[in-house]
Ligand binder design. Sequence first.
Ligand SMILES: [Cu+2]
Length: 95
Amino acid sequence: MRKLLTSFALATVMAAPVWAAPETVTLAVSKMTCAACPITVKKALSRVPGVTEVSVSYEKKQAIVVFDDTQTNVAALTRATADVGFPSTPHDAAK
Ligand SMILES: [Cu+2]
């Protein structure tokens, strides 16, 4: 049994496509019109599997999202905000 568990753990590690790297993206969320909107946006983004951190700024009308790029992607994030009524577009990351 112990041996089985060990090989299972090993297989899981090797199955991971790449070492999971946290990605950060800034989304412009244009339709936030009151102070309650960021709460809705934040909830929607937090629900996306793979998202680890969300901070939404009503003043800047943007959301900064940290996610695991092996589990989700920017398209899924913008879809999540659009689904709750707030279409968003990724800002070009500052390089
Ligand atoms: Cu609102």
